[in-house]
Structures are given as C-alpha cells and as structure tokens.
Ligand binder design. Structure first.
Ligand code: NAP
Length: 306
C-alpha cells in the first residue's frame, strides 16, 4: 500500500479507472470520493469507492493523497474549497489535460506543508462518467508530471510509485512544454476531428444516412474522437489557447502547401510527404503506443481504445 487514504474529487472516467487500478494492485488503504451530482456519487459508492462524501471539503479530510479529477474549468473552485481542509503533509495532484491553467488555478489555494504535484495521464477513451472506468486504462500509457521547481522530492517519488503501480510510465516535464506538446499530439488533432465531423454535418448533399453507412473509411476515426466529452474539451480549448492557436496556424500553413500540391498535380510532393508521415506511424507502434493490427486494432467500431 502506498497511501493509506486517497480522496478522488470528480468521479468520472479517469477517477473511476484510478480507483479500479488502485484496488486491483492494493495501492490505497481507503478510497474516498466526491462528485457534483448525487447520481454519480451513488454509482461510485456502488462500484469503486469505500466512502462517498457530500462535499469536497469533507472528502479530503485526513487524506494522504487528493486527486483532482474534474474538468479543468472546475479546478479553481474545488481548490478554494478544499485548501483549508487538507492534512499537513498531504499530496495533491490533478489529472487535467492542460497544466498552466491548472497550476494557476490550484497552487494559490495550497497551504504550506501540502505538496502539489500537477499531473496528466495520456490515456482516455471517448466515454465519460463513473461507469466508464476500467483498471487497465493506464497500462503502458504515459503519465506526465509537471512539478514546480521547489516541490518536495519525496512527495513526487511516492506519487510516481502509485502511478507506476497502476501500470503507467511516468515522465516529468516543464508546465509550458507540456501544454505545447499536448497541443500537437492531442488538442489540435481533436480540433481537426471536430471540424471534419462538422463539415460532414454541414454538407447537405451528403445525407446523414450516407455518413453513417460509408463511415468505415477514415471518417469513422474522426467521429470517435469528436464524440469526446464536450465539457472537458471546451475547457481544454479555453485554457490552452496560445499553444493551440500556434499549432493550428502551422497546421493551416501545411494544409495550404498540401492543397497546392493537389491542385498542381504534384505527385512527387504528395508521395514524399506521405512517406514521411508513414514513418511517424511506425515509430508510434515501435514505441508500444498503438498496435500494428489493421484498423487501429479495434475488433468492432464500438470497442474502446485506451
Ligand atoms: P468525466 O468522466 O466527465 O468526469 C468528470 C467528473 O467531474 C464527474 O464525476 C463530474 O461530476 C465531476 N465534476 C464536474 N464538475 C465538478 C464540480 N464543480 N465539482 C465536483 N465535481 C465535478 O471526466 P474525465 O474524463 O474523468 O476527466 C476528468 C479530468 O481528466 C479532466 O480535467 C480532463 O481534462 C482530464 N483527462 C481526461 C482524459 C479523457 O480522455 N477523458 C484523459 C486525460 C485527462 P458529475 O458526474 O456529478 O457531473
């Protein structure tokens, strides 16, 4: 056991997966939870929490580790509420997809003697809520920590132990660098998927039934990404604005070059470009971050991807 008492604030996909994984590996003594709605709290009590509280302040009482697993936009309000109730020596971490905004929202509310170690698991599915979690979500996935320069090394090491115990590979990076990297590998790809699905939605000449019937091609993967939680993704774009706009600008420039090559019939350019992008896909498979099986290894369109 690493932490005698863990408090999960927010009980959706990430928190419920953590609870299942901690339980499976015996990493936490007691798992206490809090979420906004009574419905979610009831499901969590039934499925993965030892105890569920009626407020965040009550849930963090005497907790050795507190995990903030709410949408990025809700972090500040929660941090302000729990700050005065945290146990001296406790560690607080979060799982938010953006780090600068979370650090700015949470750090001012952390009392002296409490260790705040911001984090982000690079694992998820398009499903959300307390029923969507599963113990293997973090298996062989990266979990990035962005500790501030003066963070206690022992607190970081203990948290690392928990995350590795859940199967994750842990890396540390600077807050700003995290937000730029995530804009490239996650946030802008989501923006593109949302846009492509929006384009199909707006095309009156392509009926809704055709979009569904023929979506066995590339479009299906866009729809899976575009089915992600609207609250979470609204907050990601509102809070990682600068990095997302920087990468979207670069994307637009590349798209114009590609558009011109298509217009000019420049097959040589297209072939060289697609050869380079194919090598990136091979690199991802070699790094164990996806399977080489056709169709991204999914047996059926509804299967989950970690
Ligand atoms: P989720 O399944 O939608 O769950 C969010 C949880 O937060 C719900 O239990 C919700 O409670 C609770 N919540 C929302 N506002 C709250 C508030 N003001 N006070 C208390 N509880 C509140 O979301 P998730 O996918 O687990 O995401 C949680 C965090 O992880 C987000 O910051 C997200 O950026 C990050 N993340 C997500 C993924 C992913 O792929 N999903 C991956 C990595 C990181 P109710 O159910 O009662 O509304």
């Amino acid at each position: 056991m690493i932490y005698p008492r863990v408090a999960l604030i927010g009980l959706g996909l990430i928190a419920s997966s953590m609870a299942h994984a901690m339980r499976a590996q015996g990493l936490a003594g007691e798992i206490v939870g809090y979420a906004k709605s009574p419905e979610t709290r009831a499901v969590a009590r039934e499925l993965f929490c030892d105890r569920v509280c009626a407020s965040a302040a009550e849930a963090v009482k005497d907790a050795d580790l507190v995990v903030l697993a709410v949408p990025v936009g809700a972090m500040s309000e929660i941090a302000a509420e729990i700050g005065p109730h945290l146990k001296p020596g406790a560690t607080v971490t979060d799982v938010g997809s953006v780090k600068r905004a979370v650090v700015d929202a949470v750090a001012p509310h952390m009392p002296d003697g409490v260790h705040f170690v911001p984090g982000h698991p690079l694992a998820g599915t398009e499903y959300s809520g307390p029923r969507s979690g599963f113990a293997s979500l973090f298996q062989n996935r990266w979990w990035l920590l962005t500790p501030l320069p003066d963070t206690d090394a022992t607190a970081i090491a203990l948290l690392r132990g928990l995350l590795e115990g859940m199967g994750a590979n842990v890396d540390e990076m600077d807050v700003e660098h995290h937000d730029l990297v995530l804009a490239v590998v996650s946030h802008v790809p989501h923006a593109i998927a949302y846009t492509m699905v929006g384009v199909a939605d707006h095309m009156r000449r392509v009926s809704q039934s055709e979009v569904i019937k023929y979506s066995a091609s590339g479009f299906r993967d866009f729809t899976r990404i575009a089915a992600s939680d609207p609250v979470m993704w609204r907050d990601v774009f509102l809070t990682n604005k600068d990095a997302v706009l920087d990468i979207l600008g670069r994307f637009a420039e590349e798209l114009f070059v590609l558009q011109r090559a298509i217009r000019m019939g420049d097959g040589e350019h297209l072939h060289a470009y697609f050869t380079r992008t194919r090598a990136i896909r091979r690199g991802i498979i070699e790094a164990g971050q996806d399977t080489a099986a056709p169709d991204f290894g999914r047996a059926a369109p509804s299967a989950k991807e970690g």
